[in-house]
Design a protein around this ligand. Structure first.
Ligand code: SAM
Length: 285
């Protein structure tokens, strides 16, 4: 058996009775043209090691392997998919490793050591909607940077994709925009209509690619997280008021960062938040 001669995904799903579970965000991609396009956009994959989250019946997994990935590690919480994934592993010449686990709790570098992957890997996933943002935040807040991945090609709800690329002074601009644009270069590649999924979700999705910036502007991660949480937590308030939740009078920190105290969170570009994080870190060390 080769990857090209594997049975159609619909047949595998019917044979193994893999009905989609809403609680695990299961919306499958069965169109191999579409999964092939996502794999190509993540590429070139020749000789690359890939981390996939939530392979499900394996449509995207097949495409990643067919596009030349050296090894794919797939983390899947639902063990019903293991037999289908074992067939793909065999058909790929044993280039697929499957870890039955919750990706939110996974220690990825330890899993790479266990399954013979070499960092930096590329991350590719049709993410479960209910954990997609949390997973991305987990990866973007990796303490050591550059991280153990160098690019991420991910399916999100269109609304989340827009938050990743949002510019200041727009309603989509928020914590996620600042984190993503500080440490990566995010771009929306294309939209995917609900009818491409089985079962179809209620909203349009987008494939996003985020390329890791190897030397982002220096700023203390914990303070970037704290100041953006405080500022966007009360986004309609002026910073001199919203930042009070950090404990001290915000005015000297805003002055040190060169930011007007009357500004609101959504008016501050990414470098402004980084300067603010440095000011807090310096004065409260
Ligand atoms: N990649 C497949 C495709 O494109 O057809 C399935 C995508 S489906 C949107 C999301 C997948 O993630 C499901 O297979 C689901 O079981 C899995 N999943 C959900 N939560 C997970 C978690 N916390 N960790 C790992 N996998 C998870």
């Amino acid at each position: 058996m080769t990857l090209a001669s594997l049975p159609p995904l619909r047949e595998v799903i019917a044979r193994l009775d893999l009905t989609a579970r809403k609680s695990l965000g299961q919306n499958f991609l069965l169109d191999l043209n579409l999964t092939g396009r996502i794999a190509r956009e993540a590429g070139p994959l020749d000789g690359r090691d890939v981390l996939e989250i939530g392979p499900g019946p394996g449509g995207l997994t097949r495409a990643l392997l067919a596009n030349g990935a050296r090894r794919v590690l797939a983390i899947e919480r639902d063990e019903r998919f293991l037999p289908a994934l074992a067939e793909i592993d065999a058909a790929s010449g044993h280039r697929l490793a499957v870890e039955p686990a919750d990706a939110l709790a996974a220690d990825e570098p330890a899993l790479f050591a266990k399954h013979g992957l070499a960092a930096p890997v590329t991350i590719v996933a049709n993410l479960p909607y209910n954990v997609g943002t949390a997973l991305l935040v987990k990866w973007l807040t990796t303490p050591a940077w550059p991280a153990w991945f160098d690019s991420l090609t991910l399916m999100f709800q269109r609304e989340v994709a827009e938050r990743l690329v949002a510019a200041p002074r727009t309603s989509a601009y928020g914590r996620l925009s600042v984190l993503a644009q500080w440490r990566t270069r995010p771009r929306i590649l294309f939209d995917v209509h609900p009818s491409a999924f089985v079962p179809p979700p209620s909203i349009t999705s987008s494939v996003v690619r985020l390329d890791v910036v190897s030397a982002p502007e220096e700023a203390p991660l914990t303070w970037v997280e704290r100041v953006t949480a405080a500022a966007f937590g009360q986004r309609r308030k002026m910073l001199r008021s919203s930042l009070k939740s950090l404990g001290a009078d915000p005015q000297p920190f805003l002055a040190a960062a060169g930011l007007p105290e009357t500004a609101r969170a959504e008016e501050i570009p990414v470098p402004g938040f980084l300067a603010l994080a440095r000011a807090y870190a310096a004065q409260r060390a």
